[in-house]
Design a binder for this molecule. Structure first.
Ligand code: FAD
Length: 375
């Protein structure tokens, strides 16, 4: 059986690893244009200098050593009728396709927003780290202009880490978050959101929910929201996330452009599964399952198990349970953990464990285990 995987991010790599490790009946082809595999959860550690860019990246080509055929091209179209994938290089046929290209990110949605710094890519985070090192004080505004975005905890983690880093440097800075969300991490419910909001308050970090950003004037250092204005000396923004163009243009796209899948099997169409950030999974409370690596990873294992079973002629029985956890780094070598059952009804059941050294060590282990598989 020939399985083609689009994308070698967290989902694509976890899937390729499983398939090559546990099956000899499957020929795996991965299509991925990026030569560097960057571990996104560690971008936050570039900000405070805990990691260098080289420490959190590995060559994508390593996966070819697992027995994967790696095509270093970009997918431009998918034809699910003909079971063919068009790329910037060859056209590739498949028996089973797994779509895992993550999300595309852009600052073009709001006038002036492209002047903002960010930490949503390795290069952006490395650039922001330089700015923080040279920052002489003033207002640091972290803006969440739209949803959905990857890792609901990341803007809050960045606020804690940046605040801690600038205090340690002895810089007089005021860190603020302006978000379109009604509370931090809304999918986790009001209790977890309230806990994070009170942690921000204790640290003197401003929190401004329900703010819709309309325009940025970089020269004047002003942010225009619907109904109010604010100022900044350093602006950091979370980019808008959208499905990759080839997904939006394909028969796989749902009304939002993301790919609707069966919430348990991740099946998107005949011979097609989708995993990770590109999927749209609606929870019992109507909110979408957050875009997070822990889910992409677990979904990859479910799909791999089912493809291995199918290749053997067995019943594909693996099901995604919707369980996951997420770290919230707070500085001083501590992290909180939000952990729970996101498929619980009528709302996700998520518990927040307060910041501890153990929490931070959990994230270090998570990083170590991920990068170790590249040798
Ligand atoms: C700052 C930050 C912190 C985060 N922290 C955490 C955390 O602590 N815990 C957690 O669980 N998650 C975290 N995440 C989220 C996590 O990184 C993503 O949810 C996860 O990477 C999604 O996996 P994926 O495989 O769906 O997509 P990705 O990992 O984004 O991989 C997609 C791959 O597809 C490739 N691709 C894109 N388009 C094409 C195309 N046309 N053709 C071929 N290939 C293509 C891309 O180059 C990429 O390599 C964080 C994210 C960020 C940005």
């Amino acid at each position: 059986m020939k399985v083609v995987v689009i994308g070698a991010g967290i989902g694509g790599v976890a899937l390729a690893k499983r398939l090559t490790r546990f099956s000899t009946d499957i020929q795996v082809t991965v299509i991925e244009p990026n030569v560097s595999h960057d571990f996104a959860p560690s971008f936050l550690w570039l900000l405070d200098g805990s990691r260098s860019a080289a420490q959190i990246s590995r060559p994508t080509a390593t996966i070819a050593e697992w027995g994967v055929e790696l095509i270093s091209e970009r997918v431009t179209a998918v034809d699910t009728e003909a079971r063919m994938v068009t790329t910037t290089g060859p056209t590739v046929g498949y028996d089973e396709l797994v779509v895992a290209p993550g999300a595309e990110m852009t600052f073009e949605t709001i006038p002036g927003l492209d002047s903002a710094s960010s930490f949503y890519s390795k290069n952006a985070a490395a650039g922001l780290s330089e700015k923080l090192l040279g920052f002489e004080g003033g207002d640091v505004a972290i803006v969440v202009p739209s949803m959905p975005y990857k890792c609901p905890a990341a803007p809050y983690e960045s606020a804690f880490l940046i605040d801690h880093f600038l205090r340690k440097r002895g810089v007089d800075a005021r860190v603020r978050i302006h978000t379109i969300e009604p509370q931090p991490m809304p999918v986790a419910g009001p209790v977890v959101g309230g806990r994070v909001a009170s942690m921000l308050k204790q640290r003197g970090i401003g929190f401004h929910p329900n703010q819709k950003l309309v325009e940025v004037d970089a020269a004047a250092g002003t942010l225009r929201f619907e109904g109010s204005d604010d100022r900044f000396d350093l602006l950091i923004a979370i980019p808008a996330h959208r499905p990759p163009a080839f997904v939006r243009d394909s028969s796989l796209a749902g009304p939002s452009g993301w790919i609707p899948v069966d919430s348990r099997s991740l099946r998107a169409a005949d011979g097609v599964h989708a995993i990770g950030d590109v999927t749209a999974i609606q929870l019992a409370n109507g909110k979408p399952l957050p875009k997070a690596g822990v889910f992409a990873h677990e979904q990859a294992h479910v799909v791999a198990g089912n493809l291995i079973a199918t290749a053997k002629g067995a019943e594909p029985r693996a099901r995604f349970a919707g369980h996951g956890s997420c770290f919230l780094e707070t500085g001083s070598g501590k992290a909180g953990i939000a952990k729970g059952d996101f498929y619980a009804e009528p709302d996700p059941r998520v518990k927040m464990f307060p910041p501890s050294r153990l929490g931070h060590f959990g994230k270090v282990l998570f990083e170590r285990r991920w990068l170790k598989q590249f040798g």
